[in-house]
Design a protein around this ligand. Structure first.
Ligand code: ZN
Length: 179
């Protein structure tokens, strides 16, 4: 979304570009402004989903201020997973460098190790998915993102999903929670 706005040269895109060119993080208000613009577009008229956003309390508060009452957040889904299981899912993940298909060493292995079944490209591990990087992300999650649980719980919006089950079951459960 950020890249699109910058490429389109919109007012928010220009603001964002200024920060990016200066090697700075784009501030929450600019990002949330973009989300606000995006969800007012025609294809988001009936519904929209934010995946992995907001990640901090200030972002969540800015998002609330930015949304019209008719489009306020209605459901927040928390995919609950023990850290050890999460670690296994992330460290085993492999991505095809050619077509972007996602594989997993244990739960979705390729027929030939390191070779994508779909296109024959080579599969690699995202640098983000190395154990030390994951620990850092988890640390960030605990301090910055976990407070969102209480925030959305107090608003009566939080729905907890036990994600430590097969994907098909989680998917079914998720669809129920979104009703
Ligand atoms: Zn591929």
């Amino acid at each position: 979304m950020l890249r699109q706005e910058v490429a389109a040269g919109s007012e928010l895109g220009k603001q964002a570009k200024g920060f990016m060119d200066a090697g700075k993080l784009v501030p929450d208000d600019v990002i949330v402004g973009m989300v606000g613009v995006r969800i007012r577009q025609q294809d988001a008229k009936d519904a929209w989903i934010l995946d992995g956003f907001p990640r901090t309390l200030p972002q969540a508060e800015a998002l609330d201020r930015n949304l019209p009452p008719s489009a306020a957040v209605s459901h927040v889904i928390y995919f609950a997973l023990p850290e050890q299981v999460l670690m296994g899912r992330l460290t085993g993940r492999r991505t095809c460098s050619k077509c972007g298909a996602i594989w997993h060493l244990e739960s979705k292995p390729t027929k030939t190790s390191g070779v994508c079944d779909t296109c024959g490209g080579s599969t690699t591990q995202r640098s983000d998915d190395h154990p030390d990087k994951i620990s850092k992300r988890l640390e960030e999650y605990r301090t910055l993102t976990a407070p969102l649980l209480a925030f959305y719980r107090s608003k009566g919006l939080l729905r907890e999903l036990d994600a430590n089950r097969p994907a098909a079951v989680v998917n079914q459960e998720l669809l129920k929670l979104m009703r």
